[in-house]
Write a protein that binds this ligand. Structure first.
Ligand SMILES: Nc1nc2c(ncn2[C@@H]2O[C@H](COP(=O)(O)OP(=O)(O)OP(=O)(O)O)[C@@H](O)[C@H]2O)c(=O)[nH]1
Ligand SMILES: [Mg+2]
Length: 313
């Protein structure tokens, strides 16, 4: 096992360059990532995570920038993880995030990190909580995770936060799109951003109608915000703080976190078994495929062979 202790000691005691390097280790995966993971998991637990998701260009980064300011006003430290699913174009998007949050670039209590999708062993859904745990162990009271709400994995990542904020825009048919993308299911709070544009009332009406279809959905707040001007941002921050307080009071926060542990464990185990199976089968997969295609084997019998080959039968 490589010795990551010196790097971590620096990273967790305020050295931002070391923190960035520790996160890079985690992103790369492998033995170093596991070693970091063991240490940070043991030290974490104090951070509260807020997921911010919504369609491309909805104003998530502009809003995140504003929320950083709100959190900083109480003296809390804020870590931001901008997960970028469109890695072929990530240069631009990541730069965009940085530019939109540059007000905080010189603030030592703020750490902003972009993470591209491609190249993650174990996938984005496993890399994200690992990076969040590094920030948690480094003492950030708040960790904001921005993802574009397209694609199941990205929506799931934002939905895996303690509080999830879904950002939509008026006049874009966003309500129906959000429902289709599964965004409404993960939303604890809904934000109509760019409320300076026409169509706010219609979107609000649509959202409230859709939310009322859910058992307790009708109680989920819908807030109007103009992120560029800051209008409605203090109210949004208050709503996030109130949601947190309610989760803590009711015990639902502990339940949510426990459910996330189960989901993460399940995914880790599934991926490892899958990798082992593919490894053990090698070229047999091609042969089995041919047999099934030729109808000499049915898929279930072929699967039996695979399971047996790995020693799991
Ligand atoms: N009119 C108006 N424009 C806004 C508002 N909020 C953000 N914008 C603009 O919308 C554009 C996109 O903003 P971003 O914050 O980059 O949006 P995003 O959701 O982070 O974008 P991606 O991360 O690329 O999906 C920028 O030009 C912002 O200035 C708002 O409240 N009103
Ligand atoms: Mg953004």
């Amino acid at each position: 096992v490589p010795d990551v202790a010196p790097l971590l000691e620096s990273a967790l005691s305020g050295d931002r360059a070391a923190l960035a390097r520790a996160i890079s280790l985690v992103e790369r995966g492998g033995d170093d990532a596991r070693a970091v993971g063991r240490v940070v998991h043991a030290k974490g637990g104090g951070a509260y995570t807020v997921g911010i998701t919504g369609p491309p260009g909805a104003g998530k980064s502009t809003l995140t920038d504003r929320l950083i300011t709100e959190a900083r006003a109480s003296g809390d430290q804020v870590g931001v993880l901008a997960v970028d699913p469109t890695s072929p174009f990530s240069g631009g998007a990541i730069l965009g995030d940085r530019v939109r949050m540059q007000d905080h670039a010189v603030d030592d209590g703020v750490f902003i990190r972009s993470m591209a999708t491609r190249g993650h062993l174990g996938g984005l859904s496993l890399a994200t909580p690992e990076v969040v745990r590094v920030l948690d162990a480094a003492g950030f009271e708040w960790v904001l995770v921005e993802t574009v709400g397209v694609g199941q994995v990205e929506v799931e990542i934002a939905g895996a936060a303690d509080t999830t904020v879904v950002v939509l825009n008026p006049g874009a048919g966003d309500g129906v799109q959000a429902m289709k993308a599964g965004l409404l299911e993960v939303a604890d709070l809904l934000v109509i951003n760019k409320a300076d544009r026409p169509g706010v009332h219609e979107l609000e009406r649509d959202l409230k109608a859709m939310l009322e279809l859910d058992a307790d959905g009708g109680t989920r707040p819908v807030l109007r915000v103009v992120a560029t001007a800051g209008d409605g941002v203090p109210e949004l921050w208050q709503a996030i703080v109130a949601h947190r307080a309610e989760l803590e009071r009711s015990g639902a926060l502990a339940d949510r976190r426990a459910a996330r542990v189960v989901a993460e464990l399940r995914e880790i185990v599934t991926r490892r078994i899958e990798a082992r199976v593919l490894d053990a089968c090698g070229s047999d997969i091609g042969r089995l495929r041919d047999e099934v295609v030729a109808r000499r084997l049915d898929p279930w019998t072929a699967a039996d062979e695979v399971i047996e080959a790995v020693g799991l039968s």
